[in-house]
Design a protein around this ligand. Structure first.
Ligand code: FES
Ligand SMILES: [Fe+2]
Length: 396
């Protein structure tokens, strides 16, 4: 149990709230001023997943990305190093690059407005003026650089001047995924959807399974404990008694969690058509899914034969982009037995069910008398999320 939750609201014996805890103010989900503040305090200060390393394999490869109102350019410089800059010319602020991705024609970034040119390390090389004014030193006019970090083939950026430690953004040690060959995985499929909801609504839904019995019929068959509106064994107020009981029914996945007996992965029939990752432990296999989350940007769901990465991008107070990526081992993609549709279909249904209820949630939030909602016992992890939001917003 998370130490932060050892409070009077949290039961000492199971993962569950024992008091009704107020939700966030309803206006936090639609107020434009609040949204801007959250961009500044949360999205511009945390590490945000923006690309896969394999999208930028060669020198001069570039990709432009947007986080809130911030437009960035990622590129691989001539020495092979990945770099990120604000996509903004230092002269009068024009966008340097208007294409979304590609390979630069030369080893210079040239502003399309008055032709200032920059090296791929961001140094200003030339202006277009006949002479340089007094006191103008090219060294003072490099591109605005942005912190960048590669992790297991994922590229993250951080817009803060003094970024927090990368590892601190994850809810588990980064080594939790060491049994998966993350760096070598290749993308098998992806899809993107614009959801009409605030970004926090998606994360709230992610943090509870109270909705599972009504919203996810197929997932509840695969993960039986979800059909009891619980995420894990320890969410059940009676779990200790069950664990101590000799009754074999309490050994069932309905009580213990994990996939239904006989199933091995998240797919249409629970079966796998790909080689399993060889270094997984029996525990990893038994669970059938291992989650690692990096708020506010992404979560990784690692299965025995593929890895799903879900990332969010805020588009507005009531609009969020959802991107779901499916990664497999390179051999799996070449394997004629591999049935990609069996995993994509199953998981996409679940993700779209979640997106639909996130939109449903957003639709009701503007009712004039609705000041805020309330968290019920099973929604203990939302309290954790709300505290995380509050801590981030309180930071100077
Ligand atoms: S704004 Fe880029 S050269 Fe003028
Ligand atoms: Fe869900």
């Amino acid at each position: 149990m998370n130490a932060e939750l050892q409070t009077p609201a949290m039961s000492q014996t199971h993962n569950g709230l024992i008091k009704a805890v107020p939700g966030l103010p309803a206006s936090d989900y639609y107020d434009p001023a609040r949204y801007e503040l959250e961009l500044a305090k949360i999205w511009y200060r945390n590490w945000i997943y923006v690309a896969r390393t394999s999208e930028l394999t060669s020198p001069r490869d570039f990709k432009t990305v947007e986080i809130g109102s911030q437009r960035l350019i990622l590129l691989r410089d001539e020495s092979g190093e990945l770099r990120a800059f604000h996509n903004t010319c230092r002269h009068r602020g024009a966008a340097l690059c208007t294409d979304t991705s590609g390979r630069l024609a030369s080893s210079h970034l040239i502003c399309p407005y008055h032709s200032w040119s920059y090296s791929l390390k961001g140094e200003l090389l030339r202006t277009s003026s006949k002479t340089l004014p007094e006191g103008f030193d090219r060294k003072d006019w490099s591109l605005y650089s942005v912190a960048l970090r590669e992790w297991n083939g994922f590229v993250f950026v951080n817009l803060a001047v003094d970024p927090p430690p990368f590892e601190a953004g994850f809810d588990a040690p980064l080594s939790r995924l060491d049994n998966w060959p993350m760096r070598d995985l290749v993308i098998a499929h992806s899809f993107t959807k614009t959801m009409n909801c605030n970004w926090k609504v998606f994360w709230e839904n992610y943090n509870e399974c109270l909705h599972c019995p009504t919203v996810h019929p197929s997932l509840c068959q695969l993960v039986p404990i979800f059909s009891r509106a619980l995420m894990d064994e320890q969410d059940d107020p009676q779990w200790q008694a069950h664990a101590a009981s000799d009754d074999p029914k309490y050994q069932d996945p309905r009580y213990k969690g994990g996939l239904r007996n006989g199933a091995v992965t998240w797919s249409r029939d629970g079966q796998s058509t790909a080689e399993h990752f060889p270094k997984l432990t029996p525990e990893d296999r038994k669970l059938g899914h291992v989650y690692v989350t990096a708020l506010p940007t992404m979560f990784v769901a690692a299965h025995v034969d593929y890895v799903r990465v879900v990332r969010l991008r805020p588009l507005g107070p009531e609009q969020t982009e959802l991107c779901v990526e499916f990664f497999v081992a390179p051999e799996t993609l070449k394997n004629p037995q591999f049935d990609l549709s069996a995993i994509v279909e199953f998981t996409s249904v679940v993700m779209l069910e979640d997106a639909a209820v996130a939109e449903l949630n957003q639709r009701g939030l503007r009712a004039l008398p609705h000041e805020r909602g309330v968290l019920m016992p099973e929604e203990w992890a939302l309290l954790n999320f709300h505290r995380w939001v509050a801590t981030e917003m309180a930071r100077a």
